[in-house]
Design a protein. Structure first.
Length: 116
């Protein structure tokens, strides 16, 4: 399984950004795809996840209403609105088997920087 993120860049506070994760090398109907982020000096945290087979979604409580995860073809998206400086982080795409717990596959990450 290969995951390649893109779309990260510098954006002003209040702006929007859409991240993409191109997935290949697997039968993704059995997977859950997730987005995580890690800010400098902080632990990696869960952002959102989507069940590939039925597009069911889950979100970090603190991000509900601003972030939206979706998928189309072999790409998973993270739409981020009303961005804040505290959203600055390296954003990772990850994949796990639907019945598993651990995310086994990770992309390299894409940097999002939100300026105030």
């Amino acid at each position: 399984v290969q995951l390649v993120e893109s779309g990260g860049r510098l954006v002003q506070a209040g702006g929007s950004l859409r991240l993409s994760c191109a997935a290949s090398g697997g039968t993704f109907s059995s997977y859950v795809m997730g987005w995580f982020r890690q800010a400098p000096g902080k632990e990696r945290e869960f952002v959102a996840a989507i069940n590939w087979s039925d597009s069911g979604t889950t979100y970090a409580d603190s991000l509900k209403g601003r972030f939206t995860i979706s998928r189309a073809e072999n790409t998973v998206y993270l739409q981020m609105n009303s961005l804040k400086p505290e959203d600055t982080a390296l954003y990772y795409c990850a994949a796990r088997i639907r019945w598993g717990i651990r995310y086994d596959y990770w992309g390299q990450g894409t940097q999002v920087t939100v300026s105030s």
